[in-house]
Structures are given as C-alpha cells and as structure tokens.
Design a protein around this ligand. Structure first.
Ligand code: HEC
Ligand code: HEC
Length: 354
C-alpha cells in the first residue's frame, strides 16, 4: 500500500517546487521591469504622497503658491459679539460684502459707486489668504504711500478704492459707514503686531515673464476660462434685483477705472493666479503664470472709465514698473510699462538707486 503511493508523493512535491521556481522567476522579472521603467528608482509608495503637506499636482504651474503653515487667518467671527463695538463691526462687514445694496447706483444709504462690492476683489469680506485680504491694514496704516506722496490713514485708503476700483466718490470720513468699515478692518487685524505684514496678506506676486504679456493669447484664456461667468462682453451678470452682481464686470462703464490697482498688470495677474476661475485658491491655482499675465493683458486692454490721475506719483521715480502712464525716469515706453517685459525695467531701477 505504502509503496504504491510513493511515486505520487514525489510527483506532487516536484510540481510544487517547479511552481515555486516559476513564481519567483516571474516576480523577479516584473520587479526588474518596474525598476527600469521608473528610471532606476524604486516605485513610490502611496502614503508618501498622502502625508506630504504641499501640492496637488506634479506640474510646477499648478502647485500650491505657498504652504498653509503660518498663513494668516481671520479672527473667529463667532466671537465678534464679545466686542464693545460689535454692531459697528458687523455693519462694516455687511458693507464690504454687499456694498452695492447700500452705496451702489440704487444704494439705500447713498449712491456713490458703480455697483460692485468690495468683496468682489477682497474675497470673503477681505479674509481669504492671498485673496487681496485686509490682514495688514490695521497694523500698517497710517503709512506714506508713493502713489499720493502722502501719509494715508485707513479712511483715505478706503476712499481710494471707492474712487478707483468702484469708480465713484469717497465716503465722508465721519459717516457711520466709514466708521463701520474701519472698525471691521481693525477687528480683522487685531492680533497682528503693529508694523507687521502677516504671511498671505494682500495679493500674490507672480514671477515676471521674459516676454511681454500677450492680449491675443489672453483672449483665448478669457474665452475658455472666464467668459462663462464674466460674459464674452466682459459686462458680468447683474443680480435678479439689480442691486449688485452675481458675476462682476471686468471692463466697461461699470468696472474699475484706469487709476485702480487692478489696472496694473501685476495686481491683476496676482489676483487671478490665486483666485480665478472662481474656486481656485493659493493651494490649488488653475492658471499657469503665462495664462495669468496674458489674461491680465487682454482684460486691461479693453475700454474702461478713465480717472484724472495727474496728481498721482508726485515723485515719478517711485512709479512701479507696471504703472502704464508716463512720464518716467527711464527710457522704456508706456507700452513696455504696461505689458512688460518688466525685468529690464526692474534692473534699470535697481541700478539707478545705487
Ligand atoms: C476692482 C477691485 C477692487 C474693489 C472692488 C475694491 N478694491 Fe480695495 N484694493 C484693490 C486692489 C488691487 C488693492 C491693492 C492691493 C495691493 O496692491 O496689494 C486694494 C487695496 C485696498 C486696501 C489696502 C490694503 C492694504 O493692505 O494696503 C484697502 C483698505 C481697500 N482696498 C479697501 C477697499 C474697500 C473698503 C472697498 C469697497 C469700498 C474696496 N477696497 C474695493 C482692489 C479693489
Ligand atoms: C464660475 C464663475 C467664474 C469664473 C469662471 C471666473 N470668475 Fe472671476 N469672479 C467670479 C465671481 C463670483 C467674482 C466675485 C467674487 C465675490 O464677490 O466673492 C469674480 C471676481 C473677479 C475679479 C474681481 C472683480 C472684478 O470684476 O474686477 C476679477 C478681476 C476676475 N474675477 C477675473 C477672472 C478671470 C480673469 C477669470 C478667468 C481666468 C475669471 N475671473 C473666471 C466668478 C468667476
């Protein structure tokens, strides 16, 4: 009985060992192929990607613009009730978010601005990191600004935006509306030490291109990625009640004028790089640097209201490289000051200083 089984047992163990050898060989071949196809590096293990703090994508253009570590965040809104002037602060935030309802063409308090809201450009009522927020306002004003050549306090700076970005008139400094906006900005910056500009304040600085920004290429970006909301004619979409915009205009009679911050290419490119199309953030930008500059060139080459800025920049040597109106202290044309390339202007300015 025992003897008759022996050949079977031998055969089975022979087959098992053969199978093992084949399996090991296959594993070796697969391993080697993988190793070579990864360029000699071991394939990445997925948890490495999950725990890494930064980017989303391997393409440098779409990587986070900054790490979230140390980024300014606004004070907790639910704690505002603890402030003695809570009502004023809340009114200030409401005016920033819904400016047009109170102060627009049909405003219920005054009619002094173009229908836009401060929040259209100062996202989330001026609290979004790299969303043109008010993080540095209470800590850095009053300050001397080269555009006016004067020391500006917060009300003066707010009225700058009324007269330029909202193409309107300034608020009386003693008005409740002005006091409310100032109270809100002071509350936002209450934890920022005097004189300091926190990380993520204001607008992102997009690297300069080696070439001029190109409005023709920018029109393609605009048609593909902006026109669905801001409309092909750039006029945006009015809210059903006409008291404000669902999608604000980017040029034309109801847009910012040519004395406004966004009319400078670096401000526009930096704002859209970190915030547009709607849904983009500094952690998940959606435009390449080139697209941001080119779309800035397209939008800022369209018609918009003009402002008398003959009193701006009393010291013309202080004009920023992308201020598009002469006279300048350098030989570069208005065209180059508008579209770039900006590096040669920057280098010239640096030399002139020494
Ligand atoms: C069309 C866009 C736009 C609108 C609308 C707008 N602003 Fe501005 N605002 C800007 C830009 C651009 C800057 C300059 C940011 C920079 O240079 O970093 C700015 C700067 C400011 C600053 C100074 C920030 C700082 O840190 O120095 C204040 C304060 C301000 N705006 C208040 C307002 C208020 C209040 C309103 C509404 C009445 C308003 N803005 C509406 C675009 C706008
Ligand atoms: C999905 C809709 C949507 C798309 C797409 C979009 N935007 Fe906007 N955009 C908005 C909204 C909404 C606001 C105002 C935000 C707010 O009030 O909170 C805005 C605000 C702006 C502003 C500041 C306000 C103004 O009117 O001057 C600029 C500049 C801007 N967008 C440029 C662009 C550009 C450039 C693109 C394409 C690259 C783009 N947007 C794509 C919805 C959009």
């Amino acid at each position: 009985m025992k003897e008759s089984f022996e050949p079977f047992v031998k055969l089975i163990s022979l087959m098992v060992s053969l199978l093992l050898i084949v399996a090991t060989f296959t594993a070796l071949v697969i391993g080697t192929v993988l190793y070579i196809s990864e360029g000699g590096k071991l394939p990445r293990i997925s948890f490495v990607e999950k725990t890494s703090p930064l980017p989303v994508s391997e393409e440098p253009d779409f990587m986070a613009l900054a790490s979230s570590e140390g980024m300014w965040t606004s004070p907790d809104w639910s704690l505002v009730e603890q402030e003695a002037n809570a009502d004023l602060i809340k009114y200030g935030r409401e005016l920033i978010a819904n400016t047009s309802e109170y102060l627009g063409p049909n405003g219920k308090v005054m009619k002094i601005s173009n229908g836009m809201n401060c929040q259209n450009c100062h996202l989330n009522a001026g609290t979004a990191p790299l969303g043109n927020n008010y993080a540095a306002v209470s800590a850095t004003y009053p300050k001397v600004r080269a555009r006016s050549g004067q020391s500006e306090d917060i009300p003066k700076r707010i009225n700058d935006c009324f007269e330029r970005s909202l193409n309107g008139e300034g608020l009386p400094v003693e008005s409740k509306e002005m006091q409310a906006m100032v109270a809100y900005m002071e509350w936002l910056g209450k934890d920022v030490p005097k004189g300091e500009t926190p990380k993520g304040a204001g607008i992102y600085a997009v690297a300069f291109l080696e070439r001029p920004a190109n409005p023709v290429a920018g029109k393609r970006v605009y048609d593909n990625q902006c026109a669905s909301c801001h409309m092909e004619d750039g006029q945006g979409v009015l809210r059903f009640d006409g008291l404000g915009y669902t999608y604000p205009p980017l040029w034309g009679d109801h847009s910012y004028n040519d004395g406004a911050g966004l009319y400078r290419m670096s401000r526009f490119a930096g704002y859209v790089k970190a915030n547009m199309p709607l849904g983009a953030t500094y952690e998940r930008p959606m435009l390449t640097d080139e697209q941001a500059w080119d779309v800035a060139a397209y939008v800022n080459s369209m018609a918009r209201p003009a402002k008398d800025i003959s009193n701006d920049w009393p010291d013309i040597s202080k004009k920023p490289v992308d201020h598009p109106f002469g006279p300048f202290t350098d030989q570069f044309t208005e065209e180059q000051h508008k579209y770039g390339p900006f590096k040669p202007i920057q280098e010239f300015k640096a030399m002139a200083k020494n």
